[in-house]
Design a protein around this ligand. Structure first.
Ligand code: ATP
Ligand code: MG
Ligand code: MG
Length: 581
């Protein structure tokens, strides 16, 4: 790795740095606590924490809190939780604001070196000096403003006036004296400090001036002895000013390196747009399972390890990648396939009475949680009244329909017995209400074309009470009708698919659910080294960690709306296999 290879303006600084790190890699994940993290951030988290871990190094979680107007503790709390949920442990949790005093001192140092000045230009004037033309494009002549020639003493005096509250918001800024003739716009005298008369959630009313990202980030990286400052590609041009400032104030200079952003097709990541979705009640909140915030993915039941393994599959690219959401689903499915138990679930049940079984027929059948894996089994009852899914029956089967019909028997999963339908009752609206069936104990019906899931009804002393009744099953598909909601001419809200959430109120699952619930988060022996690494950290007792595959239906988890008396399930992803077979 490249620790210690960044050429330093002052080699002494590198020695001091190495004395601290002992050559270990130090990285940081630096979110601004002004919103909830999304799937793209997971890549930044995995990159920073993963890179450090790979080299037995350390990674800070640093809240970059230099915009007090937009920031809130509820965001930093959520970010901390998500990092831990993904399985990472910060070396330290720090805040840019922890360093406001040191940063202020460095600003004075920069001024005294003649490398910063207090500027009173309006934004329009700044643009004009930067050679930005009426059409908003750069290319005009770049010129120094009158303030740039301040003496260091004058600049210091004015800066202290800024600090002491003499100027109101927007009136004065401290600007770095960089290089106006440099082709890189990130060198055109960036703002280092601005006046903001707002309270800071950590430093209260202590400061009236706040440092900018451009001033703060590199210097805090330096103070924390970060060896590799990994950031997204849009900061590529900022690398020059990052290095310029560290050298200008003569501190250790970390190595900034860039990686590509991750975007998911058909998802909205912008905080402003997410807020519109939430405040307009278009979704169930920031954690609505159809969103791609990490709190939403967690609520939807996506295991933390599945997110890590998805990012791992994509690799750390240096270009921005826009991934189709089906690729994400495929990756999650693959992860769930080997890690969650299986249950029988009937989402839209229809009663089947088995005519040739006695009224009180009761048999217990052992079912493995995961066939082929040594993770135990559970018992379900088999009785005269069972339920199957409404979609698994038609009156008359044609050649493409393999399941139950009056002219076609079907097998019952896990018991391998076959039933044939002898009658179907409909109500006055021609809705199917009940099926009468016969149970084949002698193999007379032969091998069925396929097997379907079922649950049995049973009550009474000493018997397994079955089935588990689900109050709500929520099934989701993409929130937006198109893959590019922002491209909708009527705005992205017009692109919302009103049927993207479907609710089923009568679903049933087999009684294996109770053990699945008490044993969650489900632990399956990791097969490979990657699987072990990519486990994440489910919280014991959290609803979303209760996950299972509903055979032939999809993957589900418990939703946080569940209570002791109410069971709500979310569909995590559908099953890949075509349900119609
Ligand atoms: P915004 O500009 O909307 O506030 P941000 O990207 O600046 O969003 P931060 O909280 O500053 O959000 O991000 C923290 C870190 O996560 C940064 O290093 C940033 O580069 C990285 N990051 C943000 N979005 C993505 C993404 N889509 N893919 C990869 N990394 C990302
Ligand atoms: Mg941000
Ligand atoms: Mg940012």
């Amino acid at each position: 790795h490249a620790a210690g290879t960044n050429p330093q303006a002052n080699p002494e600084r590198m020695k001091e740095h190495l004395a601290f790190t002992k050559g270990r890699v130090f990285t940081r994940f630096p979110p601004e606590p002004n919103g909830f993290l999304h799937i793209g951030h997971a890549k930044a988290i995995a990159t920073n924490f993963g890179y450090a871990a790979y080299y037995q190094g350390e990674c800070y979680l640093r809240f970059d809190d230099t915009n007090p107007e937009a920031e809130d503790e509820k965001y930093s709390k959520s970010i901390e939780e998500i990092v831990s949920w993904l399985g990472f442990e910060p070396y330290k949790i720090t805040w840019s604001s922890d360093y406001f005093n040191e940063l202020y001192e460095l600003a004075e140092k920069l001024i005294l070196k003649g490398l910063a000045y207090v500027c009173f230009c309006t934004p329009e004037q700044v643009r004009a000096h930067r050679g930005i033309k009426e059409d908003g494009l750069p290319g005009g002549e770049r010129t120094a403003c009158e303030h740039r020639s301040q003496t260091p003493e004058k600049a210091l005096e004015l800066f202290r006036e800024m600090r002491d509250g003499k100027y109101s918001k927007g009136e004065a800024t401290l600007r770095m004296k960089q290089d106006l003739q440099n082709p890189n716009p990130q060198m055109w005298d960036l703002v280092a400090y601005r006046v903001l008369n707002s309270e800071h959630h950590r430093t209260g009313s202590q400061w009236k001036i706040y440092p900018t990202y451009d001033f703060t980030h590199c210097l805090v990286d330096s103070m924390e002895n970060v060896s590799h400052s990994l950031c997204t590609l849009e900061f590529r041009m900022s690398r020059e000013s990052y290095e310029w400032l560290c050298d200008a104030v003569d501190v250790y200079r970390p190595a900034q390196r860039e990686f590509g952003r991750l975007n998911l097709q058909g998802s909205i990541m912008s905080k402003r747009k997410l807020l519109q979705l939430v405040e307009g009640n278009h979704v169930r909140g920031w954690d609505d399972p159809r969103l791609f915030t990490l709190v939403a993915l967690r609520r939807r039941g996506i295991p933390p390890g599945a997110i890590l393994s998805f990012i791992n599959e994509l690799g750390v690219t240096t270009t921005t990648t826009t991934i189709e959401s089906v690729r994400f689903d495929t990756s999650v499915r693959k992860y769930l396939e080997h890690s969650v138990p299986r249950l029988m679930m009937v989402v839209d049940p229809i009663k089947v009475v088995i005519k040739n079984l006695p009224e009180d027929y009761y048999e217990e059948i052992a079912i493995p949680f995961m066939p082929g894996k040594d993770v135990g089994e559970y018992k379900v009852p088999f009785t005269k009244t069972i339920y199957i899914d409404r979609s698994d029956f038609v009156k008359e089967a044609d050649s493409s329909f393999f399941r139950l019909a009056l002219n076609q028997p079907v097998g019952l999963l896990r018991v391998k017995n076959v039933i044939s339908a002898v009658d179907a009752k409909y109500d006055s609206n021609s809705n199917l209400v009940e099926i009468t069936a016969e149970y084949d104990t002698e193999g007379k019906l032969g091998k069925p074309k396929t097997y379907i899931q079922w649950v049995a009804e049973s009550t009474g002393n000493g018997k397994i009470q079955s089935p588990v009744v689900v109050d709500e099953v929520r099934e989701f598909r993409q929130l937006f009708k198109s893959d590019n909601p922002s491209g909708n001419p009527n705005g992205f809200l017009a692109d919302i698919d009103e049927n993207s959430e479907r609710v089923f109120k009568n679903a049933m699952i087999d009684v294996g659910f109770y053990e699945v619930k008490s044993r969650s988060p489900w632990k399956v022996e990791a097969q490979t080294k990657e699987e072990r690494v990519l486990e994440g950290r489910d919280t014991k007792g959290s609803p979303e960690s209760v996950r299972f595959q509903g055979l032939r239906v999809g993957y589900f988890c418990m939703d946080k709306d569940s209570t002791d008396n109410k069971l709500v399930l979310n569909q995590i992803v559908s099953l890949k296999e075509d349900k119609q077979k």
